[in-house]
Ligand binder design. Structure first.
Ligand SMILES: Nc1ncnc2c1ncn2[C@@H]1O[C@H](COP(=O)(O)OP(=O)(O)OP(=O)(O)O)[C@@H](O)[C@H]1O
Length: 255
């Protein structure tokens, strides 16, 4: 038991002095932060600031050129703004892709995929539908179920809520918070949405694009996510939006 505790404490993502360029364009400069087990770190900033590039470097979807990234989490998965489902596979088969890759038998795969599909608000009638017959919201439910069915210790999220209506956004955020609390899930989360970041994060890194993407400020929040009501989110948002660095980063106009 104790050995497990020691092992789990060591799970972290350490990003040290990471810079990145595409050709002659410098995109990121000297980025450093650490994501601990059970924590959520959000990267917020204006469009084009290099948020997705940073996430891709952390997830090894891009080759690291400068700096160090050490990921000691035991497993990871992804969910993106678009659900990216395989069009030739039905809902259950899409959800259980990661289980298949782990060598889990078909019967067990289906059982686990069905359980998580129901948890994420899909219905039995949806199980054998193909992506072309699903709404955008249903596709995103499948995408979340697929990412979480393998019980990852680290989840990479790139604006997964941005195309959803407000009700579904809230529902999926609540389900995600539950997973974070129950399973000590860690999340690296990209968003444009400051309120969303305040609701979900332990730490927010603000990325400024000019002249090259760099972290201009870090904010931490201690209140348990489950206790963050609208009042907390609005108050914290107002506080952050009155910070001069945030005003400059987002080029907000004060009237
Ligand atoms: N594969 C690539 N090759 C060349 N340039 C790229 C590539 N990927 C991204 N870029 C450029 O890098 C910059 C940062 O892009 P990135 O997608 O990381 O920003 P972002 O902050 O995630 O933006 P958004 O919020 O709009 O998604 C942009 O100018 C983009 O055009």
């Amino acid at each position: 038991m104790e050995i497990n505790n020691i092992k789990s404490q060591k799970e972290q993502l350490i990003v040290q002095n990471v810079s990145h360029s595409f050709g002659f364009s410098d995109i990121l400069k000297d980025i450093s932060f650490t994501l601990e087990k059970g924590k959520v770190t959000s990267i917020v900033g204006p469009s084009g600031g290099g948020k997705t590039t940073l996430l891709h470097l952390c997830a090894k979807l891009l080759t690291l050129e400068t700096g160090k990234i050490k990921n000691s989490f035991t497993s990871s998965s992804f969910a993106f703004q678009e659900a990216r489902l395989l069009p030739w596979k039905n809902v259950l088969d899409n959800i259980s892709l990661g289980l298949k890759a782990k060598g889990i038998k078909k019967e067990k795969r289906e059982e686990e995929a069905k359980a998580i599909a129901l948890k994420f608000g899909l219905e039995e009638d949806d199980f054998y539908k193909f992506p072309k017959d699903l709404s955008g919201g249903m596709k995103q439910r499948v995408s979340f179920a697929r990412a979480l069915v393998i019980n990852p210790s680290l989840l990479f999220l790139d604006e997964p809520f941005s195309a959803l209506d407000i009700g579904l956004k809230k529902e999926l955020q609540t389900l995600l918070i539950k997973q974070i609390e129950e399973k000590q899930l860690s999340v690296l989360f990209i968003t444009h949405d400051l309120m969303e970041a305040i609701k979900l994060s332990d730490e927010i890194l603000v990325l400024k694009a000019e002249p090259v993407g760099h972290i201009i400020k870090k904010f931490s929040f201690d209140l348990p996510k489950i206790q963050r009501d609208n009042k907390f989110v609005y108050e914290q948002t107002a506080k952050l939006l009155s910070d001069e660095t945030i005003i400059n980063t987002f080029e907000l106009e004060l009237k």
